[in-house]
Design a protein around this ligand. Structure first.
Ligand code: HEM
Length: 161
């Protein structure tokens, strides 16, 4: 086994981590939405956040192994704007994916946790349900965008247009 196989192996492990998140996220989210009991909702939200912790590790494995792939295949930074433009585009989509997974989604998760705390009070604010609905819609959009981005990234890698 040479270096390219080692870095490809780790790269595929990273891809597996990302796909685990793509499937687990919406399944736990469905539990969160269907649950009526606030405490159970809080529990589902907590599980969703812990599963989300996989994303920075997955991202790190992908970046390091991706750089390993580049070195093994003699792809330079300059190639990203020329002969390996498919990879440059892939990296661009990957950065957008990181932005959603590590900035936007966690922010929505924190806001939902705050609203759940408020709903758990004796006198919950009247607009709490409405705010929760709008945050839920945002989260649905993030899940959808993540799926689209990863599929586009995989297609770019396979077909290298
Ligand atoms: C969600 C993110 C990513 C996904 C889903 C993904 C997916 C893949 C897949 C399926 C392969 C083919 C592996 C094989 O041939 O066995 C691959 C190869 C590769 N990836 Fe990624 N990757 C991602 C992120 C990255 C990043 C961040 C980099 C660079 C830093 C990168 C650089 C590469 C390179 C250089 C190859 C080798 C291409 C070749 O064989 O010519 N990837 N990727």
């Amino acid at each position: 086994m040479d270096w390219i196989h080692v870095s490809l192996l780790f790269h595929l492990i990273g891809v597996g981590m990302i796909f685990t998140l793509l499937f687990a996220g919406p399944i736990i989210e469905a539990n969160f939405r269907w649950e009526n009991d606030i405490r159970m909702k809080q529990h589902a939200a907590k599980i969703l956040r812990s599963v989300g912790l996989l994303s920075p590790f997955g991202a790190l494995v992908l970046i390091l192994s991706g750089i390993g792939n580049m070195i093994s295949l003699h792809i330079t930074f300059g190639d990203l704007f020329g002969s390996a433009a498919w990879l440059g585009l892939k990296l661009l989509f990957f950065i957008v994916l990181l932005g959603i997974g590590m900035v936007l989604s966690p922010k929505t998760a924190r806001q939902r946790a705050m609203i759940l705390d408020q709903m758990n009070q004796i006198n919950p604010p009247e607009d709490a349900g409405q705010k929760m609905d709008s945050l839920n819609s945002k989260q649905t959009l993030f899940f959808l965008a993540n799926w689209i981005l990863v599929i586009v990234i995989v297609l770019l890698t396979l077909f290298r247009p």
